[in-house]
Write a new protein. Structure first.
Length: 609
């Protein structure tokens, strides 16, 4: 058969849309469709010159495959000056009218797009597989109709089963730890199929090798025509993550327990001085819950002036990055309550070593400050007592030495005197000297008692009531001297005092006012009180002779100091009064003008209810 004749006999071949060629047993192209010439980039008149094996020279063992005379397909790549293309060519035996094989029917398709898509899919699958292995995330798929379950390689690795393992639903569920995890996954899987409810849950499995591991199991129903046909899901090994989170939570719990039980106020502020963490002590001090404190600044919680100082400290720490350590501060809350703190503020850095806020630690030192004040008062009192002791020693030494000298002199006179009358007179003077010595010793004993019994119990005393009591005891004395007493003391004023001392103080000051009255006018004594801070001041004013304070001001409360020619004056009362007042933590002052009168002001500690 000649080529021309074959072309005439197969004129319909030229019109086929499918690229088709007829190849003889010798591999030479007999005829082909126009589309075949186009796909191979050949001129239509070149058929007698084309051998299929030469045309597909990059296909291995094509001659052997053709000699078998069976249907087969090959994929091959064609490269020309413009581009590379992928083709798929099928070879089918070509029979004549007597069923003799006379060659092959060759059909070729351009599958470049399909191959490109396949390569892209392979690339994506390779990436996904790599990511799956790195992230330890597998996948699974359940076919509702066939009830077949598919696990990817990573899912099998997580379960520690062979790659040849073929799971079913029951086996898959049995991998979950009995109890919560197994019950939970059974319920979630059932709801995904029947209620189309997606799930994503942390559960625990027991692997094929018997290891307990935390996993993240997720699933979602796939619908078709309103029916659930598949359930697709992911399966991730999160065991190390959960163990790390658990360890972090344990450490956080330990740190929280430690911070909450410290006897210190601990707080953390951000760059705007807003609290982002507070411990139990801080909450108890501010009488608020953590929720109420988080996000708040000192201006929301403290007195404005205190808040300004605190903010300036915060800015200094954040700017200089230098901590403030052990600074004494006073916090005044909105309700006016003041507390002494020993405060430290330390810059807080993030993971990039940038300052992100500050840590504050405050220790309530109010009790310590109170003890310091008490100790300071005790030291002051001790110092005063010491001065008094020295003064008292001088007084005792001077007075007793005077009495001793007087006794020695009188005894010497008595010894040398022979006149009986004179001897009786000297004995009378000795008796009087003895009485004076006993009175001096009694006075000194009173002072000793006052200064050694500083811990006598103080009681709440109403000043007005005690004045009335002393006034009644002096009724005859006051009437005899025609004294007018104006008791203008506030009847509500109550002080902490020793009852016996209070009576003695009022008695001495009243009797002194009468003793040193002016002969020119009737004596008037006015008693008043006023409150100053936590002190109650009792004022006792008279219109008597007055005292020259420029001359005697530094001696007025001295022992046995007198300033008037009064035969009843002994100079002991005011000394005793001052000792009694100071023993109770108070003080006494005097204002006086000659021939106009004197006012004594006694400062008592107020009784706070």
């Amino acid at each position: 058969m000649k080529a021309v004749e074959r072309i005439e006999q197969h004129y319909l071949l030229k019109q086929l849309p499918q690229a088709t060629a007829l190849v003889g047993l010798d591999g030479m192209v007999v005829d082909a469709s126009d589309s075949w010439f186009v796909i191979f980039g050949l001129p239509p008149k070149s058929i007698i010159e084309v051998n299929i094996c030469n045309l597909l020279e990059n296909v291995d063992n094509l001659n052997e495959k053709l000699s078998i005379q069976k249907t087969f397909s090959i994929r091959h790549e064609m490269v020309n000056d413009r581009e590379a293309r992928w083709l798929e060519t099928s070879f089918t035996p070509w029979y004549d009218e007597k069923e003799n094989i006379i060659g092959s029917i060759v059909q070729t398709s351009d599958i470049s797009r399909e191959v490109k898509n396949e390569l892209e899919i392979e690339r994506i699958n390779a990436i996904l597989k790599t990511k799956s292995e790195v992230a330890q995330v597998g996948c699974w798929e359940f076919d509702v109709q066939t009830e077949k379950l598919y696990w990817c390689e990573e899912t099998k690795k997580i379960h520690q089963v062979p790659l040849s393992f073929v799971p079913n639903v029951n086996e898959a569920i049995e991998f979950y730890k009995p109890g919560y995890s197994r019950n939970k996954i059974s319920m979630l899987f059932h709801k995904a199929i029947h209620e189309r409810t997606p799930f994503n849950e942390r559960l625990m499995i027991i692997t094929h090798n018997g290891e307990e591991r935390w996993i993240q199991s997720a699933g979602k129903a796939i619908e078709k025509n309103g029916e659930v046909v598949k359930v697709f899901g992911t399966f991730q090994d999160i065991h190390e993550q959960v163990m790390t989170e658990t360890k972090v939570m344990e450490n956080q719990q330990l740190l929280t327990a430690l911070i909450d039980n410290l006897p210190l106020n601990v707080f953390v502020k951000d760059l705007d001085s807003k609290k982002i963490l507070v411990n139990k002590s801080e909450c108890e001090y501010l009488e608020k819950s953590p929720k109420e404190l988080l996000g708040k600044t000192d201006f929301d919680l403290y007195d404005e002036e205190v808040a300004k100082i605190s903010r300036e400290e915060d800015l200094e720490v954040l700017k200089t990055l230098k901590p403030i350590l052990g600074k004494e501060t006073i916090s005044i809350k909105k309700n006016g309550q003041a507390t002494n703190f020993l405060t430290s503020k330390i810059p807080l850095f993030d993971l990039n070593s940038k300052v992100s806020g500050l840590i504050g630690i405050s220790m309530d030192i109010s009790a310590i400050k109170k003890k310091e004040d008490q100790l300071r008062n005790l030291i002051n009192l001790t110092s005063i007592q010491n001065k008094k002791l020295i003064n008292f020693a001088h007084i005792v030494s001077h007075n007793l030495r005077s009495h001793s000298a007087n006794f020695s002199m009188l005894l010497q006179f008595l010894k040398s005197e022979e006149n009986e009358k004179e001897r009786e007179h000297i004995i009378t003077m000795l008796t009087q000297a003895s009485d004076n010595l006993l009175e001096t010793l009694e006075n000194l004993n009173q002072v000793v008692d006052i200064n050694t019994n500083i811990n006598l119990k103080k009681e709440p005393i109403n000043i007005y009531d005690h004045i009335i009591k002393v006034q009644h005891s002096l009724t005859a004395f006051l009437d005899k001297n025609q004294v007018l007493i104006n008791n203008e003391v506030d009847q509500k004023h109550v002080v902490k005092s020793i009852p016996a001392y209070m009576d003695s103080i009022i008695l001495n000051l009243l009797t002194n006012a009468v003793k040193y009255r002016s002969p020119e006018r009737k004596p008037i004594i006015t008693l008043t009180t006023k409150k100053l801070d936590n002190k109650i001041i009792l004022s006792i004013a008279d219109n008597g002779l007055g005292i020259d304070l420029e001359r005697y001001g530094d001696k007025i409360f001295g022992m046995y100091k007198t300033f008037h020619n009064n035969k009843d004056a002994k100079g002991f009362g005011l000394y005793l009064v001052r000792n009694q007042i100071e023993a109770m933590g108070g003080k006494i002052t005097v204002n006086s003008e000659v021939d106009k009168g004197t006012t004594f002001n006694v400062y008592f500690n107020e009784e706070i209810k």
